[in-house]
Design a protein around this ligand. Structure first.
Ligand SMILES: Nc1nc2c(ncn2[C@@H]2O[C@H](COP(=O)(O)OP(=O)(O)OP(=O)(O)O)[C@@H](O)[C@H]2O)c(=O)[nH]1
Ligand SMILES: [Mg+2]
Length: 294
């Protein structure tokens, strides 16, 4: 039997469910998700391997109108990830109408020479009888066949996978069977901490947060000791994150620790610190330090 392989980049507006799809596919939480837009900041590879072949999915930051250097880095990451890959998965959100930003992304992809598939995500969130109508609305703007899916329940994901394999060339197995991501553990751990801020903090605070792991080492009794710095842009944000009597920081820590323990399959001691790094989103050197510039 022939073996197929290749790279599939998932692209779309913020919050359409790109990261949720890659997590569903590999059955693990590698890419962080949240109900708020602009959660993902880097492109993240996850690896899906079967007897039939190997697909390397590339999760990307959502594409939107940029306001600062970090934004530009994120959108650039997304566009960079469609270069030299085998197939693009363009994702729309069934719970929202076709937006101007959707059109911008669609035009870009049509003009690239890379083959692409179109998916309409979150169909579990709309009534069954509404689906034909929603599809019809999208199909007015999109010439290509739209595959309706749910990244939450997994509905129709098997037919999406079939369609991806159809379009992939025969090729080698790039990564070992048991490898599910190219990201190092420290990055995923930092992301899990950052993710909690999207759930627990209001308004603009999470958008100005970066998390860096300063120390990660196994200590006695099999416990993994992790010290992380949470960087914020403003002094007032530091107070918000720490919260009254340190309550908020504790909450972030407890929730993150649970995820990290699941990921590492061991007990974790999480030591969180909050630091102010003024306007780091606008500073070339600081962006680099935070891991947002190559
Ligand atoms: N009901 C339902 N919710 C979904 C589905 N896919 C994603 N979501 C939810 O939609 C929200 C956004 O999902 P993400 O995966 O973070 O979206 P994203 O496209 O990666 O967003 P950015 O990283 O900001 O570009 C989260 O609250 C998810 O739980 C789906 O198929 N059904
Ligand atoms: Mg994402």
């Amino acid at each position: 039997m022939s073996f197929k392989s290749g790279f599939a980049t998932i692209i779309g507006r913020p919050n359409v469910g790109k990261s949720t799809l890659v997590n569903y596919l590999i059955g693990e939480k590698i890419s962080i998700t949240s109900p708020r837009p602009q959660t993902t900041r880097n492109s993240i590879k996850t690896i899906y391997t079967t007897d039939e072949g190997q697909i390397i999915f590339v999760d990307t930051p959502g594409i939107y109108k940029t306001k600062n250097d970090l934004d530009r880095y994120m959108v650039n990451e997304a566009y960079k990830s469609i270069e030299g890959i085998d197939i693009i998965i363009l994702m729309f959100d069934a719970t929202s109408s076709f937006k101007k930003q959707d059109q911008v992304i669609y035009n870009q992809i049509k003009n690239s020479s890379t083959p692409f598939l179109v998916v309409l995500n979150k169909i579990d969130k709309i009534k069954k009888k509404e689906l034909p109508n929603v599809l019809k609305q999208y199909q007015k703007r999109i010439k290509e066949d739209i595959i309706p899916i749910s990244s939450k329940t997994g509905r129709n994901i098997d037919s999406l996978l079939d369609r991806v394999f159809e379009k992939l060339p025969e090729g080698p197995q790039y990564f070992p069977d048991d490898m599910i991501t190219d990201q190092i553990e420290q990055f995923i751990v930092a992301e899990m901490i950052r993710e909690k801020t999207f759930y627990l903090l209001r308004e603009e605070v999470p958008f100005g947060i970066a998390v860096l792991i300063e120390e990660m080492e196994e200590r006695n009794d099999d416990i993994m000791y992790i010290r992380a710095n949470i960087y914020v842009e403003k002094r007032s944000h530091k107070g918000i994150i720490i919260g009254k009597n340190g309550k908020m920081l504790k909450k972030i820590g407890t929730r993150a620790r649970k995820d990290i323990e699941k990921l590492l399959q061991q007990k974790v001691y999480l030591d969180l610190w909050v630091k102010v790094e003024k306007d780091w989103r606008e500073d070339e050197n600081l962006l680099k330090r935070m891991g947002y510039k190559s």
